[in-house]
Each structure stands twice: as structure tokens, then as C-alpha cells.
Design a protein around this ligand. Structure first.
Ligand code: PLP
Ligand code: SF4
Length: 467
């Protein structure tokens, strides 16, 4: 018995019968999700080959060396990229509705020998050659967040919770950002609704929250809460916790996924968050962090060290992913991601079917792909670490369980949802990406009369079937 449990004495183990294993032994290679990289992976990037660990972990160094233009990308990766790639990126920048900003941490995790296929490159760096025309039903603020906002940047859609967009900047910009209507710098393609840090706007938001006793739960987002200064974390945290009916606050930040070193080297920021969480705990209120990992390659030994800081301070971290074609739309990738996150005490919470966002048609997947992957995911690990797949219903229906459609026509790619607790009586349509559909249907979508007819037909069936 090589695996005898250490608490047993030798004599006890001798009298126990040998265990008959019902499952075949596991090949250690199958446990690969536990192998988090701990090498100095950034040294393969020509510009950073002499950067030591201490420098790489310095959040100020990361911010200073973030890549924001094709020129800076070329200076950084130099001869690592294939011929023509930089010209393709320049073309991508011109078409993109989002500004580009990539941290050295993320950039160094990209496989530059094959940047076209790399799941991290696909999320952050647009290339012209992979661009596809938008779905005709796409609008800029597809979730209608502004229509449900009593104060600019405060969306009160659900009965007892609200979303507070505190500012409009992030440490990276994701191509697929749902808030590309507001987040990031203006681009050649989009002039944005700006939501800057503004005392007046913030105070109106706090006042509104104070005047709505039904609100218990506030999502503090942006942009990205990583961008809030420590004193701003304190101001928001203390103000909201002092409102008696507020019971839960979540700080929403992609930071742990793309700039984990901030949790290791920006002590003031972590201390401010901890102070708010501790105050909440003393008031029987939960203060937690919601983050945004999308691919197992984003989880490294650095992430593990960083998330340990929050775990030891008793701060729960949950994860919300966006389901993206060529990034994480396979069961293998999602299972590995879920296990890796669980391993570092981050709970997979949601997977969003990609919203209808401009310039991201190459990243969207049909709802049917989400259904297929979810089926494999459920049962692979603990239920509380199994995310719910949701469609955020375009037009303001809010998040719906992907499976709860009233009707789904896989041929036209139309799924219809209702949202009885959010917008009773209304029907909301989501549209699969055009190039997941047949040539004939794709052509029909480009004809406004036929498009309207397809939508009306789906709506009529949904209305007949709705319970
Ligand atoms: C997602 C979201 C929330 C929080 O929803 P949960 O399902 O509780 O995570 C709140 N308000 C708005 C507008 C949202 O989009
Ligand atoms: S971090 Fe969040 S808000 Fe910022 S660009 Fe990415 S998805 Fe959008």
C-alpha cells in the first residue's frame, strides 16, 4: 500500500482490507490544469529578454509598457511575428470600435509563432484579415443599458440590484467589450458616451441608490474597478455600505486576469479593498470581486500568487467569461479553464454568449455551440464551480439562462427569450452570427424585408409557445 493515509498507524493499515479501485488509474498528464506556468515566460519577447521577475511584477512597469499601437507592438515583438502580420494589425486597428491596450503580462502569454490562432491575441489585438461584416440587427448599445439608467452610468434594470459604471477606462481593452459604446478612447469607428470619474455624477448615483429601498446589491464596474484609486474604492465602498438597505457590493474588474501583479505589488489598492470588505463583514454585508478570465492560458503561477492574497483576506472572487469562437468555444478549453480557476479559488459564475457588439462577428458563436459545450461542462466538476451560460437579451431583457428560450430556430439563428421579472410581457430576440448560417439564410439577412419576416415568424412561434 503505497498511498496509505498518514494519519493511520502502520498496525491500523495492516488490518484494513485493500481498496478495490473501480476507476482505472489516472494518467498524471490528465491533471495538467494544475500545472501553472512559473517560468519567466516574458523573456522570449525581444524587448523584454533582460527584464527580471521583480520588474515584471511591478504594476507600474506593466502599465508603462502596455502596448497601444501597431508601432509599439512591432517594437516589442520585433522579428517574432510572421511577415505581414503588423500590416494586418494596422488594418485591424482602423476597423475596430475599441481602442487597443494590452498589458505586457498578456502580450507575453501570446504564442507569437502563431498569432492568428492564439486565443489571447484574438481577444485583444484586431487583425483586418479576420474581420467580418456585422449582423444587420446589431446596434451600438445592444443591451440598452442607457435606456435603463436613471442617472448616467447607473443602470437599474433588475428589481433589487443595480450596475454602477464608475468610470470608462480599463487596464486593457477587449475587442468584444459590450460597453464599447462608452468604454475606452474614441476610435476611427466610434465616438463614445463618456462616463468619467465625476463627483457630481457619482453623488447623484449614490443619492438614487439611497432613495430606492428595494436595492440590495450594487455592481461597481466601469470600465474597470482596477482603475479606481484606493481613495475612490474607499469612498464608493463606505458610501454604499453606509446605506442600510445595501447588503452586497461587487467590484467588477478584469484586473486579476490581465494584470494579476497589481494584487502583489499595489499594496495600497489591495488594502483599500480589504478595508471595505472588512467593514462589510462587520455589518453582515458581502463585498466581493467579480473578474473575467476567458482562457486557461491566462492563469499562471503569478495569478495563483495574486488570487491567494484575496483568498487569505477572505474576499470571494467569482468569474464571468465571454464565450468566443476560436478562444474558448470548446468543451476541453472550458473544462480546463473551470478547473484551473477553481484550483486558485476563483468560482466560475457565468459564461456569456457573446453580445451583439460591433466588429466582433468573428468572435461570436451560435447559441447552439453554447448548449453543446455546457452539456459537457456540467458534471465535470463541483456544481458551485460550474458556470451558468447566459444570453444577455438584446434590448434590455437582461440575463437569461441560455436554455430558457421560448423558441430557437437554428436555421435562421434566431432565439427568442422572455424576462418575466424584468420586462414582463416583452419578447427579446438574439441572433446567431451570420457565418454560422447557410449561404441562403445569410443572403436573406441582408434583405431588410426578408430579415423582418424571419424575425416576425420566430416571434409568432415564440408567442404561441410561451408559458
Ligand atoms: C449583470 C447585471 C447585474 C448583475 O446581475 P447578476 O445576475 O446578479 O450577476 C446587475 N445589473 C445589470 C444592469 C447587469 O447587466
Ligand atoms: S475590461 Fe471589461 S469593460 Fe474593459 S474593455 Fe474589457 S470587457 Fe470592456
Amino acid at each position: 500500500m503505497t498511498n496509505s493515509v498518514s494519519v493511520m498507524s502502520d498496525s491500523a493499515s495492516e488490518i484494513l482490507p485493500e481498496i478495490i479501485h473501480l476507476k482505472p488509474p489516472v494518467d498524471p498528464a490528465a491533471l495538467a490544469w494544475r500545472h501553472l506556468r512559473k517560468d519567466e515566460f516574458w523573456r522570449t519577447i525581444p524587448a523584454w529578454q533582460n527584464v527580471d521577475t521583480e520588474t515584471f511584477l511591478d504594476v507600474r512597469w506593466q502599465e508603462k509598457h502596455a502596448v497601444t499601437s501597431p508601432k509599439k507592438l512591432l517594437q516589442t515583438v520585433q522579428d517574432l511575428v510572421p511577415q505581414g502580420f503588423i500590416a494586418d494589425v494596422e488594418d485591424g486597428f482602423l476597423r475596430a470600435p475599441m481602442a487597443v491596450r494590452v498589458t505586457p503580462y498578456v502580450l507575453a502569454l501570446i504564442d507569437w509563432s502563431n498569432p492568428y490562432a492564439d486565443p489571447l491575441r484574438r481577444q485583444f489585438i484586431p487583425v483586418g484579415s479576420q474581420w467580418l461584416p456585422d449582423h444587420p440587427m446589431l446596434t451600438l448599445d445592444s443591451l440598452s443599458e442607457q435606456a435603463d439608467a436613471p442617472v448616467p452610468g447607473l443602470t437599474h434594470r433588475y428589481p433589487d440590484k443595480a450596475l454602477f459604471l464608475t468610470l470608462d477606462t480599463c487596464p486593457v481593452y477587449c475587442r468584444f467589450c459590450t460597453r464599447s459604446y462608452a468604454v475606452g478612447l474614441d476610435t476611427d469607428q466610434v465616438e463614445k458616451v463618456h462616463l468619467r470619474v465625476d463627483n457630481d455624477r457619482w453623488h447623484r448615483a449614490f443619492q438614487y441608490v439611497g432613495e430606492r429601498p428595494e436595492l440590495e446589491d450594487i455592481v461597481v464596474s466601469g470600465g474597470d474597478a482596477y482603475r479606481l484609486k484606493p481613495e475612490q474604492i474607499r469612498e464608493i465602498g463606505h458610501t454604499l455600505l453606509d446605506i442600510p438597505h445595501i447588503r452586497r457590493i461587487r467590484f467588477a474588474t478584469k484586473g486579476p486576469a490581465i494584470l494579476p501583479m497589481k494584487l502583489l505589488t499595489d499594496h495600497e489598492w489591495v488594502d483599500a479593498l480589504t478595508e471595505v470588505a472588512d467593514k462589510g463583514r462587520n455589518l453582515d454585508k458581502e463585498v466581493c470581486v467579480h473578474t473575467h478570465f476567458n482562457h486557461p492560458n491566462e492563469v499562471t503561477g503569478i495569478s495563483q500568487d495574486a488570487l491567494r492574497v484575496l483568498f487569505r483576506r477572505g474576499i470571494t472572487v467569482r468569474n464571468q467569461s465571454v464565450f468566443q469562437r476560436g478562444v474558448n468555444d470548446s468543451a476541453e478549453t472550458m473544462i480546463t479553464l473551470g478547473r484551473r480557476l477553481s484550483y486558485i479559488n476563483v468560482h466560475p459564475y457565468y459564461v456569456y454568449i457573446h453580445d451583439l457588439v460591433r466588429g466582433t462577428e468573428d468572435l461570436r458563436t451560435p447559441v447552439s455551440q453554447g448548449i453543446a459545450v455546457e452539456k459537457r461542462l456540467r458534471g465535470a466538476t463541483a456544481g458551485f464551480n460550474t458556470p451558468t451560460f447566459v444570453v444577455d437579451a438584446p434590448g434590455g431583457g437582461g440575463k437569461r439562462d441560455m436554455h430558457s428560450y421560448e423558441h430557437y430556430d437554428r436555421e435562421t439563428g434566431i432565439s427568442i427569450y422572455t424576462a418575466p421579472s424584468v420586462k414582463p410581457g416583452r419578447f427579446f430576440a438574439y441572433f446567431d452570427p451570420l457565418n454560422s448560417l447557410s449561404q441562403e439564410i445569410q443572403k436573406a439577412w441582408t434583405n431588410p424585408a426578408q430579415a423582418e419576416e424571419m424575425i416576425q415568424t420566430a416571434m409568432a412561434i415564440a408567442k404561441k409557445q410561451a408559458i
